[in-house]
Write a protein that binds this ligand. Structure first.
Ligand code: GLA
Length: 720
């Protein structure tokens, strides 16, 4: 290997390995590391790095045991295009002088701990021929085996440097027997199609090119399994989730000797011109490791998310009633207030007023007009939003509101006044989706406008909840604001400006709960979720579809963040619909005034039962027991952090026998009494009702649920 940093080492007058060791600063190693080697480590996961004789930084494939094998260019840690590396690069740069090659030499490592006890490792690399520096960041949460990784790039060249590829991560895995699980979907089918496939030579690309809502077709999350097909309770798995709501790319480049997982912003049409002294920070990639299968992997990630991935992750979520499925756009003050008493009677705690409350010159009476004009409609709500919120609070309900701040209908006063504020391509006919356009958030006036609109709405007294929607994606990615040479910045600058807005909102309204929604589940990722309390997984609330969909989301996202509402979608029995909603953040989207007495009683029973167990389902550990994609039913259980209580859910999707469900995660020695919650009317009592068993007995013998026919469900509490 050609040495690229000999002059740098000569200047230090140190042998290569020693130099590398000396530069590992601020870290107390329990025992000395061999020269030139260091690691990022959590309790059960290690990323091994090595500085080669050529001064480049290498990474040993995850889980590799052959640490003595000679390093090759294919093992390089963050490979750069243009100087010998022939596979998919992590970094591709055009320097100010036009040179399209980059070389990165190792410079040093620092380690620091943050207040939460996570260790941040920063590895600095530099181009020996150019003043360009790259820092690889790894923030390790030791107990949960979670590592967040991102990259920072800065230069001091004579002019702008163009970043063509700038991955957040380029992790190396062995090229043997690795399976990739990813998720495909569409509107109303988000996350519904899990695919598991062997990674084979070539490059498998999962990506999104739609700018503002990746999850519509593909969530930026996946699982790599190192011991064959993934399983819930065994095998080594490494899950990845990119903190980015914009266009992303996750490429799995298998060159026959190693697999490189390259994830980050989508390089497609996104060349970024970086000024001297400006730092480009990539989105963060979350890695979570488990040697005991998908179940443990999810529990670690959920626990991490409660602390760092979403807002108020340790605060129990209340039961919400939304008017969208009940009234659509057809309401006024009286109709909404008329929904409050039944909402309170049935036990809901929070009322959410959805779309249709604004617009005067162009009233928002359907989805053709009004978006952008955030003044309450004077005919429907003559005194604005405040009396609606006050009436709710008077009856003991909190009040929430729907907004879609990033959007505009051409039929709006906003568009009439500012036709140049929208994302569009010059000389092309405007392409509408749901009759609307996306405002150009790269423009400072648009940023100010959206911030004003959000503040005006959320400052209305007694509003303590908001649903932030986003009902279209980018199809004509042009910005009338950005200069012609910077059009490719739109994809990235839009998302950065959006996060700045979300961040300001979360800080200015710390007590306002926020739902992340995007025409269903079009925007579900940890980039946005950190500003929100929950997300709307899909407009599809058919509980039969929700069982597998929520199962899939739960690989990466904790159930307390997964909004699950009882509606009439699919026309399923009310008991089944309520039981499914109880397994996530329970809500309703029904006209309670039109429900039969029997269905009302089932809903009230479900809400009452949910309040008894929500501490367990929201704060406890989730065990996925029976995969609804594979069998005639889906089954889950949740166990409280102290393992004294648990709840088992069985959702029957096809007719079958009511064979026992085997719970997991119980304390084997502890005694649990069995009690079916809110049993369906007319069904026989479960055989173990009221009896007490040890955790070991229950996990071994299982529990026979009361359901045996399609669209029946059973929710069973195990308690002291
Ligand atoms: C989107 C959301 C729905 C509802 C409508 C309102 O489609 O996903 O829940 O809020 O917008 O227009």
């Amino acid at each position: 290997m050609k040495s690229i940093c000999s002059s740098w080492l000569r200047a230090l007058a140190l042998p290569m390995g020693l130099a590398a060791s000396l530069f590992i600063a601020e870290h107390c190693e329990a025992k000395p590391t061999p020269p030139g080697k260091f690691a990022v480590q959590t309790k059960n996961f290690t990323l091994n790095f090595e500085v080669g004789e050529d001064g480049r930084l290498y990474q040993r494939a995850v889980g590799a045991t052959d640490a003595n094998e000679k390093l090759q260019r294919t093992d390089e840690c963050y490979p750069q295009a243009g100087d010998g590396y022939i596979w998919e690069p992590a970094l591709q740069v055009s320097h100010a002088d036009g040179n399209t090659s980059t070389v990165l030499a190792f410079e040093g490592v620092t380690r620091t701990n943050d207040a939460a006890g996570r260790e941040l490792t920063r590895i600095t690399l530099h181009d020996p021929a150019y003043p360009l520096e790259v820092t690889l960041n790894f923030r390790a949460d030791r107990e949960r085996d979670v590592v967040e990784q991102w990259t920072e790039i800065v230069h001091h060249e004579s002019g702008a440097v163009t970043l063509e590829h700038m991955a957040s991560t380029a992790l190396l895995l062995p090229a043997k027997n690795v399976y990739l699980t990813h998720f495909f979907g569409d509107w109303a089918k988000e996350m519904l199609y899990p695919i598991t496939e062997l990674v084979t030579p070539g490059t498998k690309v999962l990506d999104s090119k739609i700018g503002v809502r990746a999850d519509q077709y593909r969530n930026p999350s996946f699982v790599l399994s190192l011991d064959g097909q993934p399983a819930e309770t065994s095998g080594r798995v490494l899950a990845g989730s990119l903190e980015w709501s914009g266009s992303f790319q996750c490429a799995f480049d298998d060159n026959g000797t190693a697999i490189r997982a390259l994830c980050g912003v989508n390089p497609f049409a996104s060349a970024y011109h970086l000024k001297p002294g400006e730092t480009f920070a990539t989105p963060k990639m979350i890695w979570v490791w488990s040697a005991h299968g998908l179940g443990e992997m999810s529990r670690k990630l959920h626990s991490w998310a409660r602390d760092f991935g979403l807002r108020d992750g340790h605060k129990t979520r209340e039961v919400l009633l939304n008017n969208w499925e009940a009234t659509g756009f057809d309401f006024d003050f009286n109709r909404i207030v008329g929904l409050y008493d039944p909402a309170k009677e049935i036990g809901t705690e929070l009322f959410l007023l959805d779309d249709g409350w604004f617009g005067n010159k162009y009233p928002r009476v359907d989805d053709h007009a009004g978006l952008g004009d955030w003044q309450p409609n004077r005919q429907r709500l003559p005194d604005g939003l405040a009396p609606l919120a006050t009436e709710a609070v008077k009856r003991g309900l909190r009040f929430g509101i729907w907004i879609e701040p990033e959007m505009v209908n051409p039929k709006s006063e906003l568009f009439e006044q500012h036709p140049d504020w929208v994302i569009r391509q010059p000389k092309r006919e405007l392409e509408l989706q749901r009759n609307q356009l996306v405002l150009d958030l790269t423009r400072p006036q648009v940023q100010a406008f959206e911030w004003r609109a959000i503040q005006d709405v959320l400052s209305v007294p007694n509003i303590s909840y908001a649903k932030w929607d986003c009902n279209r994606y980018l199809t004509q990615p042009g910005s009338p604001y950005l200069a012609s040479g910077r059009q490719s910045h739109l994809w990235i600058d839009y998302v950065d400006a959006l996060y700045a807005l979300m961040d300001k909102t979360a800080k200015r309204f710390p007590d306002t709960e926020l739902m992340l929604c995007s025409g269903g589940g079009g925007r579900v990722d940890y980039g946005a979720l950190k500003y929100f309390h929950e997300f709307w997984p899909s407009d599809n609330t058919d509980p039969v579809q929700r069982v597998p969909m929520q199962w899939d989301y739960s690989y990466f996202f904790p159930p307390l963040a997964i909004a699950s509402h009882v509606t009439h979608w699919g026309n399923r029995p009310m008991h089944f619909a309520c039981s499914v909603a109880m397994s996530a953040r329970f809500g309703m989207d029904l006209d309670l005034n039109k429900l039969s007495a029997e269905d009302k009683a089932i809903c009230a029973g479900a809400i009452g039962a949910y309040k008894q167990i929500r501490e367990i389902t929201q704060m406890g550990d989730l065990y996925r027991l029976e995969n609804p994609h594979e069998t005639f039913r889906g089954a889950l259980d949740f166990v409280s952090p102290d393992r004294s209580r648990a709840v088992v859910f069985a959702f029957q999707l096809k007719d079958g026998q009511n064979v026992a469900v085997q719970p997991q995660g119980l304390d084997p020695a502890r005694k649990y009494t069995v009690h079916e919650l809110n049993p369906a009317p007319g069904r026989a009592t479960i055989p173990q009702e009221g009896k007490t068993f040890t955790g070991e007995e229950l996990m071994h013998d299982g529990l026979v649920p009361s359901c045996s026919h399609a669209v029946e469900a059973s929710v069973i509490e195990l308690g002291p």
